[in-house]
Write a protein that binds this ligand. Sequence first.
Ligand SMILES: [Zn+2]
Length: 73
Amino acid sequence: MSTRAKATAEDKTPEAVTEAQPKETEQQLCGKPHFLPALTHVTCTQPAPDPDLPPGTPDHQHQHLDGDALYIW
Ligand SMILES: [Zn+2]
């Protein structure tokens, strides 16, 4: 019978996991593909720009993190 150390392993409060995150409304991503034809599978993972921005507002800096490689364009 092993009674030691078992209690600590299972002594996690379930609600800390289930209720830690507020219900996320679906985050719209920018999704703009990289401008290089070879990197079109690289799409921007930044939040989509606000549609209410006035015309002529420059794009945000598109980013995509692929493992250790961070693409910025
Ligand atoms: Zn973007």
